[in-house]
Design a protein around this ligand. Structure first.
Ligand SMILES: [Zn+2]
Length: 363
């Protein structure tokens, strides 16, 4: 099989893997395509909730025809017995002749073992095709596995002159197409985070409001050191439908503790979980331990700057609208012209009148 053909089928597997981003719990959203004589016999993505895995589903579709076929998988097939037998064994049993994978699985229960099972059975295994694309597609899973924290995406909407808005005044910076795009990014994330400033100013709901995607709303987190999120806010009032976490990060010793206890109890009684942590890093460890692999940080400037200062930003998305704010504007900590050197532009798209830039930390 030619390299061009390999890339074509792996490209299909990578696109499939994107379908269930944010919906596979602690399992990665993996794509698998089974091919023989240039024909796709079976294709699948990790099921909702994380099981069954892509390989076993694709093999089921291919059936007997999988014998002698090539399996394209975006990540090394698993080798550990969980609720079901490992995918590496399923590929052996199905009699595939060759397995192509983009990356080894950093999960210590798998790493290299999946490949070894296949090779020991006489299957040709090629690892490393389209690695960069796979690192991008599996970025959330890989970050949680290797750094015990979710992959963090910072999103900022900035004006043509690099401002976030004007203090005390709502300014619509981007149009409906760019805002719909934000809802897609929310849906692909396990959790979404804003600062208390944004929560108080905008009273957002932070749910996914695209037709047919309402069930994909991620956990909502408010960074709120003094527990100021009002009980009457849209977030708190919907906490029993879509979970809300109020995260108090930093030193709170100087605060009046009885009042703090009252606010903590009021939030808890409304169905909000209160997490109190020393640092952002510690908060992210807790989230990672709860199988949150991707965190979408939606403003504002203070929160973005805090994540950035702690070296906790992996991706940055800037939506730039055509409006100019001018005098009295709030300057964005990040703009296309001051992006740090270790962040590379990987995507630039136009949504109506708005430009969207996506940067990622060099990999
Ligand atoms: Zn598996």
């Amino acid at each position: 099989m030619s390299v061009a053909e390999d890339r074509r089928f792996m490209g299909a597997a990578l696109r499939l893997s994107g379908w269930h981003l944010g919906m596979t719990k602690d399992n990665p959203s993996v794509g698998c395509v089974i091919v023989k004589d240039g024909v796709i016999l079976g294709a699948a993505v990790t099921a909702l909730g994380g099981r069954p895995h892509a390989e076993t589903q694709a093999l089921d579709v291919a059936g007997e025809a999988a014998r002698g076929a090539t399996a394209y998988v975006t990540l090394e097939p698993c080798s550990h017995f969980g609720h079901t037998p490992p995918c590496a064994n399923a590929l052996v049993a199905a009699g595939v002749a060759r397995v192509v994978a983009c990356l080894p699985d950093p999960d210590p229960r798998v790493s290299g073992r999946g490949v070894a099972i296949l090779r020991n059975a006489g299957i040709q295994v090629d690892v490393g095709l389209m690695q960069d694309e796979a690192r991008r597609a599996l970025g959330a899973y890989l970050t949680r596995r290797t750094s015990r924290r979710p992959q963090v995406t910072l999103k900022l909407a900035i004006s043509a002159d690099g401002m976030l808005g004007r203090r005390g005044e709502e300014v619509m910076i981007t149009g409906p197409l760019a805002r719909a795009q934000v809802h897609v990014l929310r849906a692909e994330s396990d959790a979404i985070l804003v600062g208390i400033g944004t929560a108080l100013a905008d009273d957002p709901e932070l749910t996914v409001r695209l037709p047919g995607m309402g069930g994909r709303s991620p956990i909502r987190i408010v960074l709120d050191r003094r527990l100021e999120l009002p009980i009457t806010s849209n977030l708190v009032r919907s906490a029993r439908q879509v979970p809300v976490i109020v995260a108090s990060v930093g030193d709170t010793a100087a605060e009046a503790q009885p009042e703090r206890q009252l606010r903590r109890d009021a939030l808890a009684n409304s169905g909000v979980e209160v997490l109190e942590k020393e640092s952002l890093t510690e908060l992210l460890h807790v989230l990672a331990d709860r199988e949150i692999s991707s965190l979408f940080v939606e403003g504002g400037a203070t929160v973005a700057a805090a994540f950035f200062a702690d070296g906790l930003a992996d991706r940055i998305i800037l939506s730039q609208g055509p409006v100019e704010i001018g005098e009295g504007g709030l300057e964005s900590p990040l703009t296309p012209s001051n992006m740090p050197a270790d962040f590379a532009l990987i995507r630039a798209e136009r949504y109506g009148p708005d430009l969207c830039y996506e940067y990622e930390r060099s990999i």
